[in-house]
Write a protein that binds this ligand. Structure first.
Ligand SMILES: NC(=O)c1ccc[n+]([C@@H]2O[C@H](COP(=O)([O-])OP(=O)(O)OC[C@H]3O[C@@H](n4cnc5c(N)ncnc54)[C@H](O)[C@@H]3O)[C@@H](O)[C@H]2O)c1
Length: 244
């Protein structure tokens, strides 16, 4: 049985990815999030016919809690084949000098250190196994410059590079590390944005705004055997955002 763990599983993207992976044969899922409410919503919507699903509350800023997600997979199912680091936040907006140091630090703690903790936890199990796939959620924001979004852009750029460094460091251990770079799809991270701001973002996507479901194929690919020769990749799924 393939065993997959995921952080940030309670959100829009995490929930959609969990639903897709739960529909695939012979797959056990360990789903985690810092929010009990959103995690419960994801758990409620799952098809359990293809394998067991368990949930664990974990804050990705705490390495011990992320280690416990990986350890939970091993305790319950004996192994860990895929670790998806999906938790992420969009912090306060402003030009670089106007964003408070605490907001910069919070973005790095969740978006970057959360991914670092996921890689550490995953390789702790996958190196002795001699195999594994680590998938990080980055963003097209990590490949372009969004005015007033320094913390988000800088942290997602770091995540893209972490996937590349992880790929070269762990290939010899049989571990692949990739990231997905979504364009904009509606989720809780856009709460508070005006209709006008959303329309402006949508206009930059030739295919319009996406939905979380538009991303799930990329996660399924990176979690599956067909991506066996894919590592260090930033898989861009963005409705054409980065094409011009
Ligand atoms: N929505 C977009 O347009 C978009 C685009 C590109 C990338 N992303 C990325 O996709 C991922 C999922 O975002 P989403 O849009 O589904 O948003 P979301 O807010 O619906 O989901 C994010 C989830 O992460 C969880 N989370 C936040 N902080 C956490 C922490 N410290 N520890 C554990 N879990 C934590 C939240 O509780 C939430 O369930 C994020 O990494 C985000 O940056 C989103």
């Amino acid at each position: 049985m393939r065993v997959i763990a995921m952080t940030g599983a309670g959100g829009a993207l995490g929930g959609a990815v969990a639903r897709r992976l739960a529909s695939e044969p012979d797959t056990a899922l360990v789903l985690s999030d810092v929010s009990e409410t959103t995690l419960a919503a994801t758990m409620d919507g799952l098809d359990r016919d293809h394998g067991p699903v368990v949930s664990v509350l974990a804050d990705v800023t705490d390495p011990a809690q992320v280690d416990a997600v990986a350890a939970g997979a091993v305790e319950q199912f004996g192994r860990l084949d895929v670790f998806i680091s999906n938790a992420g936040i969009l912090t306060a907006s402003g030009r670089i000098h106007n964003v408070a140091t605490a907001d910069w630090e919070r973005a790095f703690r969740v978006n970057v250190m959360g991914a670092v903790h996921a890689i550490k936890a995953a390789v702790g199990v996958m190196r002795p196994q001699g195999s594994g796939s680590i998938v990080l959620t980055a963003s097209v924001a990590g490949m372009t410059a969004w005015s007033h979004s320094g913390p988000y852009c800088a942290t997602k750029a770091a995540v893209i590079n972490l996937a590349k460094v992880g790929a070269v460091e762990y290939a010899r251990d049989g571990i692949r590390v990739n990231c997905v770079c979504p364009g904009t799809f509606l989720s809780a991270i856009h709460e508070g944005l005006s209709e006008e701001a959303l329309e402006a973002i949508a206009a930059k996507h030739p295919l319009g705004l996406g939905a979380a479901e538009d991303l799930v194929g990329a996660y399924s690919f990176l979690a599956g055997r067909d991506s066996g020769w894919t590592t260090g990749s930033a898989v861009v799924i963005d409705g054409g955002y980065s094409a011009p």
